[in-house]
Ligand binder design. Structure first.
Ligand code: KIV
Ligand code: ZN
Length: 519
């Protein structure tokens, strides 16, 4: 759609909840620094509202939301809050420093949630909607109210709650498909009817928030917009509770590529989508599915001879959008051991990274060491180096050296030296295989309770000298963290990934001291 045909009526606000709903899914926990980095990116790529977290959950979450609020230049910074007044007050404190802040308060309205989760009668829920929104409005002008599990809520009751929330001052009304149960026609219908029946519905912007349990989150989001909603809540790579949320990159490109049928516009710079996907994948250590729409590594790959032949003749035979529009540049053989610092800086800029001078220095050292071991260095290798730099700076525990004896004659044996807060420690352990021996060394040097939930290896690029990328998920006290690391040596990458996950647990523990307002 050209600038001249854009009308305010057709504008859809993009509300990104990667840092809240996305971060909530098992294993996607991000450190404070990672959250700041993701938020900065969202802020520059045109996201209208960033849901930065749930401030009441812990001091760590509170601090992250407040820091993001302090730094944001463009986006509205939103914090989530339950309906309790102490939750709302804490949320207000976190977003107050933003140029534009929002409190997003929610309450369940479906019979099943009211009965089993809240153990409240509908009349009590109704009163609580009013008191929570009123409380939030006393703090700030921009208040969003969500009817959790709206799609399984009695329609008349939903209308009454929405009307009351708007009357109490809510400026955005979100009707989530919390359990991913809706189908597009009924979600469309719900918005259409509510907006025509609720007398004050024109006083608020309606919002969609769809989960992907039946794989319909994006289709439902678009259907809700057709029904009159003008805000889409979504996440980068579609991460989120269970099967995830609607993917930001998919709703954005649906509006752009099929504007004839989805005639709305948004403010997102689409050429940032691939980079955003990579940054979020690195921060959460959640790999992106190969065939993921828009940002998967196969999204623009053509394997079969017939398709390749068509592509050579004319790209439009098999591509409905240009890879450049989502920020994909053809993977090139980039650098080798003779490449210098200026070349690396240029490449980092091309890949969309903004690093400090110290970070560039560190990445350059890692780059040189990799170039000594690997002849050809691709964009993916550089991205893996940056991931590692981003996740390992300020680590408490660092790998100094590792040697492993492996082969047919076991037991396999590893010798490891770690730097633990400035003190060098050495261990030698056996294991049932080399990876087990490496992890046993870590356990003996850093005794901990965390359990290994996932260990996964894949190659960053092709070739026998490719870097191995290892993902490790550890869980402790009901929270799990995932980390990944890469190195041409799979065992070194395994040790680095495990240590990175342990470091995340340590950092999280330090930040998540009991919330001062919780008592
Ligand atoms: O899925 C949901 O209902 C939510 C609400 C808190 C908005 O995430
Ligand atoms: Zn949700």
């Amino acid at each position: 759609m050209t600038a001249t045909t854009k009308s305010n009526q057709d504008r859809v606000f993009i509300f990104d909840t990667t840092l809240r709903d996305g971060e909530q899914c098992p294993g996607a926990t991000m450190t404070f620094e990672e959250k700041i980095r993701v938020a900065e990116l969202l802020d520059t790529m045109g996201v209208d509202i960033i849901e930065a977290g749930y401030p009441f959950a812990s001091d760590g979450d509170f601090e992250a939301v407040r820091e993001i609020a302090r730094r944001a230049n463009n986006a509205v910074i939103c914090g989530l809050s339950r309906a309790a007044h102490k939750d709302i007050d804490r949320c207000a404190e976190a977003v107050r420093v933003a140029k534009r802040g929002r409190i997003h308060t929610f309450l369940s309205t479906s019979p099943v949630h009211m009965k089993y989760k809240l153990q409240m009668e509908a009349a009590q829920v109704y009163e609580m909607v009013i008191s929570s929104v009123t409380r939030a409005r006393n703090h700030i002008d921009d208040v969003e109210w969500s009817a959790e599990d709206a799609t399984r809520t009695d329609f008349d009751f939903l209308c009454r709650c929405v009307e009351a929330a708007i009357k109490a001052g809510a400026t955005t009304i979100n009707l989530p498909d919390t359990v991913g149960y809706a189908v597009p026609e009924e979600y469309y219908d719900m918005f259409k009817r509510i907006r025509s029946i609720v007398p004050n519905s024109d006083k608020a912007i309606f919002s969609v928030h769809c989960h992907n349990d039946l794989g319909m989150a994006v289709a439902n989001s678009i259907a809700g917009v057709n029904g009159g909603a003008r805000q889409i809540e979504c996440t980068i790579n579609g991460i989120g509770e269970r099967a995830g949320n609607a993917a930001l990159e998919e709703v954005v490109m649906a509006m752009r590529v099929r504007n004839d049928k989805v005639p709305y516009w948004n403010n997102i710079e689409s050429t940032s989508l691939t980079h955003a996907s990579k940054v979020v994948s690195a921060a959460t250590s959640f790999p992106v599915q190969y065939n993921k729409a828009i940002v998967g590594r196969n999204a623009f790959a053509h394997e079969s001879g017939i398709h390749q032949d068509g592509m050579i003749k004319n790209a439009s035979t098999y591509e409905i959008m240009l890879p450049e529009t989502v920020g994909i540049s053809a993977t090139s053989l980039v650098m080798g051991k003779h490449s210098g610092r200026a070349g690396l800086i240029h490449k980092l800029e091309e890949l969309g990274y903004k690093l400090s001078k110290n970070q560039i220095d560190d990445v350059f050292v890692r780059f040189k060491s990799l170039a000594d071991r690997k002849k050809e260095i691709y964009d993916e290798d550089i991205e893996a180096l940056v991931d590692q730099e981003m996740t390992s700076s300020h680590d408490h525990i660092r790998l100094v050296s590792l040697s492993v004896i492996a082969g047919t004659r076991g037991p396999q044996r590893a010798t490891m030296k770690l730097d633990i807060e400035g003190t060098a420690k050495l261990a030698e352990e056996e294991g049932n295989g080399p990876v087990d021996a490496v992890f046993n060394c870590i356990k003996s040097l850093v005794p901990h309770e965390a359990k290994l939930e996932l260990y996964q290896v894949h190659a960053v690029t092709a070739g026998t000298d490719a870097q191995a990328e290892v993902s490790v998920r550890l869980s402790q006290d009901g929270r799990s963290v995932t980390s990944r690391a890469s190195d041409p040596d799979t065992l070194v990458a395994s040790a680095q990934a495990y240590l990175s996950a342990l470091n995340k647990i340590v950092k999280k523990k330090q930040r998540d001291m009991p919330s001062v307002a919780a008592g």
